[in-house]
Design a protein. Structure first.
Length: 295
């Protein structure tokens, strides 16, 4: 029983990162019905931005490193939306999807050109003094606690922002009906840019926390992490913020328990197996709801 609880804690740590990435997918889809497949690469760029802040700028404060990475990725998200997605907003979804895949390949190739394809060590020791806490037979590191608390704080902050701010209300209105929201005087373009910025910032925070947790990053890390986060968003209900949070945590726990049971070779398959099961039996996800379009 202790071993299971230990793996659940490890899974929540991993799942917190998936949840931060999944939020970007679900927020963007909720407003413009676009699956931003470049989102995993924004997560990767956020991790490298954190690395740059620590190793080049010499800033070893964890929270400043996360904040700097978030600001960089927020700007990157706005630029990507303006260049790659906004001109195609009136086009078919297939055109936007192809554009998203193109941006994803471009960003990963750009990072390979800048840093090379090799795995890079992340300066975990410089940012965080690791300690293990023994409690009732469990071994929990203070880093795990920090990752869970930081992720929870960011997710709670997003939930409060969306529910209780003017911009958040505009985002919720846009997710219901973009055209009607525009007729009410809301600058929909700005709301969409803000949505991309927030989602990208959360992904960057996830990238830094990922680097802290695994002590290494590489230019292709966004591919699999992004696909798993997408599966988490679909599991929770694409377009649902609480659903993305739950889906990420659930996926992290399921993956960790699978590895602990001796199925480490198939750890990347768990996310997609869960995705297939959800699509078969509940296509709207656990927290999603079916919406009838008006003709």
């Amino acid at each position: 029983m202790t071993e299971i609880i230990q793996q659940v804690i490890n899974g929540i740590t991993l799942g917190s990162t998936y949840a931060l990435i999944a939020l970007g997918y679900t927020m963007v889809y909720g407003i413009i019905q676009l699956i931003n497949f470049a989102h995993g690469e924004i997560f990767m760029f956020g991790a490298f931005a954190g690395l740059f802040i620590v190793t080049v700028l010499g800033i070893t404060n964890l929270y400043l490193a996360i904040l700097g990475a978030m600001l960089f990725s927020m700007l990157l998200g706005i630029v990507i939306e303006f260049i790659a997605y906004r001109p195609l907003r009136g086009s078919s979804r297939l055109s936007a999807l192809i554009s998203a895949i193109g941006v994803s390949i471009f960003l990963s190739s750009l990072m390979v050109l800048i840093r090379g394809a090799n795995v890079t060590s992340f300066p975990t020791q410089e940012l965080f003094e690791l300690k293990n806490i023994e409690f009732m037979g469990l071994s929990i590191s203070n880093l795990q606690i920090a990752i869970i608390l930081i992720s929870a704080g960011l997710m709670l902050g997003l939930e409060l922002f969306v529910k209780y701010t003017k911009t958040g209300r505009a985002m919720r209105a846009s997710s219901q009906d973009v055209d009607a929201t525009a007729l009410m005087g809301v600058n929909v373009n700005s709301i969409i840019s803000i949505t991309f910025a927030i989602g990208s910032g959360l992904a960057a925070a996830g990238g830094v926390l990922w680097g802290l947790n695994f002590s290494s990053i590489h230019p292709y890390m966004g591919l699999m992490a992004g696909l798993k986060a997408f599966a988490a968003a679909v599991l929770g209900g694409i377009g649902s913020i609480p659903g993305a949070m739950f889906g990420g945590i659930f996926l992290g726990v399921a993956e960790t328990l699978g590895i602990a049971s001796g199925l480490s070779k198939y750890k990347d398959a768990f996310a997609f197996t869960i995705l297939i099961i959800v699509l078969l039996f509940r296509p709207t996800g656990l927290f999603g709801r079916k919406i009838s379009k008006k003709v």
